[in-house]
Write a protein that binds this ligand. Structure first.
Ligand code: PLP
Length: 405
C-alpha cells in the first residue's frame, strides 16, 4: 500500500505555512522532524489532565502519570523488540546515551584497550569516547571509508584485535545517508568479544529497529528525529551489560538505599534514570512511534526511496553538481556541492524562497576532513515530503546557482 501523502501532510500543521512569501518546503528532517497533531495533542493532554511527578506519589495524578510513563516504556520495548521493558532507559537523546555508556565504560577500560568508531560518526559518537580514552588511558581507533562514504569492511576486520573492547558505530550517516551493514558490524565485533553501541539517531526515523535481530549491546535514538519531542530519547541496553555498567548520574530514583557511608543502586532501568525525568516527553515518544507504525514503516521507506531517486535524478542535471556520499545503500539524504557556489550562500538563497535545507559540516568535522571539504548542502527528506516539492527545490536551486556564478 503506497502512502497517501496529502492525507499524511494534513497531520502536520507546521507544513502548511508560507516562509518568505513562498510555501514552506522542509528538507531539514535529518536535523529534526516535524510533529504530527497526535503528538502535539498528547503533550497538551498531559499538562491539561495529569501532570504530576512520577514513581513516588501516593495520589491519583501521580499514579496516572506513572502508569502512562511506564506504558510508554513497555510500548517502546515492544516496538524495538527488546527482551524486557527494563532494557529501555529514557535519556535526553542520543548524545546523552553515548555519554552515559562511554562514562560507564571509562571505568572498566585500561591503557592498551581500544575503542573503535567509524569515520562517519557524528561528534556525539566521537567526543564522549575521546573523553573515555582520556579518563582510562584507552586508545581510539577509526574505521576508514571509501570515497562513496561506505565503511571499508576489510579494514574494519583488520582493526578488530583482542585489544578492542567497544565498537561504537552509526547505523545511518546523518551527513551522507549511508546505511551501514550494522548486523555484520555487530557480529564481527562480538566474535572478538567487544561490545557494540549502535547510534540509531538517523535510522529510527526511517527503518524498523529490532535490537534482538541486530544483537547490539546498546542502541540509542532521539525522540525529536522520530516525530516526537526534543529532550527525550531512549538508550536500549542488554540487561547483563547494563547491570555491569556503572551508573552515570547520581540522585533521586536511581538509588535503593542511601546512607552517608554507602549507597546501593536501584534495579534497571531506574539505576540510569536519576532525578525527575522528562515525563511528558517519555509518554509522548510512544505516541510518535505509534504514529510511525500507523503510517507503516514499509510505506515510509517506499515513499522516501521514491524521493531519494527523484531528487538524485533531477539534481544530477545541474551543471557542476557533485554528490557527497554515493553509497549503494542510502537513506533519503542528499548531500551535495555545486561548483563555484558556497554551500552557505545556497542555503541562504533557498531559504529566501521558503526552502529549508542544512549547510555546513553536520557535526561531522572529521568526516569532512576525510572528504577534503569544509561542508555540504544537505537535503533530507521525510515521508511527508513530495516529489512536487523536489521539483520546486531543484528549479529554485538552478536559479540560485545561475545567480551565484
Ligand atoms: C547520527 C547522529 N547521531 C547522534 C546525533 C545526536 O542526536 P541528539 O542531538 O538528538 O542527541 C545526531 C543528531 O543529529 C545524529 O544525526
Amino acid at each position: 500500500m503506497a502512502i497517501d501523502v496529502a492525507t499524511v501532510r494534513n497531520n502536520f500543521p507546521i507544513l502548511h505555512q508560507a516562509v518568505n512569501g513562498k510555501p514552506l518546503i522542509y528538507f531539514d528532517n535529518a536535523a529534526t522532524s516535524q510533529k504530527p497533531t497526535v503528538v502535539i495533542d498528547a503533550i497538551s493532554d498531559y499538562y491539561k489532565r495529569y501532570n504530576s511527578n512520577i514513581h513516588r506519589g501516593a495520589h491519583h495524578l501521580a499514579n496516572v502519570a506513572t502508569e502512562a510513563y511506564e506504558q510508554s516504556r513497555d510500548f517502546i520495548a515492544t516496538y524495538i523488540n527488546a527482551a524486557t521493558s527494563a532494557e529501555i532507559n529514557f535519556v535526553r537523546g542520543t548524545t546523552e546515551a553515548v555519554n552515559l555508556v562511554a562514562a560507564g565504560m571509562a571505568k572498566e577500560l585500561k591503557p592498551g584497550d581500544e575503542i573503535l568508531i567509524s569515520t562517519l560518526e557524528h561528534h556525539s559518537n566521537i567526543v564522549p569516547w575521546q573523553m573515555a580514552c582520556e579518563a582510562s588511558g584507552a586508545t581510539l581507533k577509526v574505521i576508514p571509508i571509501n570515497d562513496a562514504g561506505e565503511l571499508l569492511m576489510e579494514e574494519y576486520e583488520k582493526l578488530l584485535t583482542e585489544y578492542v573492547k567497544v565498537v561504537s558505530c552509526t547505523y545511518v550517516s546523518n551527513a551522507l545517508g549511508t546505511i551501514n551493514p550494522i548486523k555484520e558490524i555487530v557480529a564481527k565485533a562480538h566474535a572478538i568479544g567487544a561490545k557494540v553501541f549502535v547510534d540509531a539517531a538517523q535510522a529510527a526515523p526511517h527503518k524498523k529497529i529490532d535490537v534482538q535481530d541486530i544483537d547490539c549491546d546498546w542502541l540509542a535514538f532521539s525522540g525529536h528525529k522520530v516525530f516526537g519531542p526534543t529532550g527525550i530519547g531512549i538508550l536500549y541496553g542488554k540487561t547483563e551489560v547494563m547491570n555491569a555498567l556503572a551508573p552515570y548520574m547520581g540522585g533521586g530514583e536511581m538509588i535503593d538505599t542511601v546512607t552517608f557511608e554507602k549507597t546501593t543502586y536501584n534495579r534497571l532501568p531506574y539505576k540510569f534514570e536519576a532525578g525527575t525525568p522528562h515525563i511528558e516527553g517519555g509518554i509522548v515518544l510512544a505516541e510518535a512511534l505509534k504514529y510511525m507504525q500507523n503510517v507503516g514503516l514499509d510505506n515510509i521507506q517506499q515513499q522516501e526511496n521514491l524521493l531519494l531517486a527523484h531528487g538524485t535524478k533531477l539534481l544530477s542535471a545541474i551543471d557542476g553538481m557533485r554528490f557527497i556520499g554515493t553509497a549503494k545503500n542510502k537513506c533519503s539524504v542528499i548531500s551535495f556541492l555545486v561548483d563555484g557556489c558556497h554551500p552557505f550562500d545556497i542555503g541562504t538563497m533557498l531559504d529566501a524562497n521558503g526552502i529549508a535545507i542544512r549547510t555546513g559540516h553536520h557535526c561531522c568535522q572529521p568526516l569532512m576532513q576525510r572528504l577534503n571539504i569544509d561542508g555540504t548542502c544537505r537535503a533530507s527528506f521525510a515521508f511527508y515530503n513530495t516529489t512536487e516539492e523536489i521539483d520546486v527545490f531543484v528549479d529554485t536551486l538552478k536559479k540560485v546557482v545561475a545567480r551565484l556564478r
